[in-house]
Design a protein around this ligand. Structure first.
Ligand SMILES: [Zn+2]
Length: 182
């Protein structure tokens, strides 16, 4: 994560970053979580910490307002949850998804490791699972054309969708649909 990204999170009081980092205000000697609603400090007066322990060791006191001393220190878990939410909202837009995940400031490989520790599969496997589940739903419950299904679950072409589906299911999408009459 870049300092700029952390700073933007502070300005937005973004609770999604709580536990991932803390910021401290040099002029007050207090450290906060990103979602703290206290008046935004000046950019030049703040510094960032990965956890509240580091902030305390650097001589800062926890904020009474956001109780930055109480938050669980589980940054890895939170990164994994954050990525999981992104996948769930963006799995049908692959380009946007990888852009968002890259924008998180942790290498893709590191994210894959963190995610796998938490959920037992890579982000790609998870996104594929969501795509497949959604495609199966469309095939069984709607009469959408297969090409439209392919696009709506995030594939750029019908052939890419067929390859993916056959690999996962062992049969083609049309065979799958035939074997599950509405
Ligand atoms: Zn605070």
């Amino acid at each position: 994560m870049t300092e700029e990204e952390m700073w933007q999170a502070v300005l937005r009081n973004d609770a999604e970053y709580d536990g991932i980092f803390f910021y401290a205000v040099k002029t007050t000697g207090i450290y906060c979580r990103p979602s703290c609603k206290s008046r935004p400090p000046k950019r030049e007066n703040i510094c960032f910490f990965e956890n509240s322990e580091q902030a305390r060791q650097a001589g800062f006191r926890p904020c009474k307002r956001c109780r930055s001393d109480l938050i669980d220190y589980q940054p890895m878990k939170q990164i994994a949850e954050h990525v999981k939410r992104k996948i769930e909202t963006l799995y049908r837009e692959q380009a946007k998804l990888s852009e968002e995940v890259n924008g998180f400031g942790v290498t893709e490989r590191r994210i894959a490791d963190i995610f796998k520790d938490e959920y037992g599969m890579t982000p790609k496997t998870y996104a594929d699972k969501l795509r497949l589940d959604k495609a199966k739903q469309f095939l069984i419950k709607t009469d959408m054309k297969i090409i439209d299904i392919a696009y709506s679950v995030g594939f750029g072409s019908l052939s890419a969708f067929y390859r993916f589906f056959e690999k996962e299911m062992g049969i083609t999408p049309s065979e799958f649909r035939k074997s599950h009459p509405i």
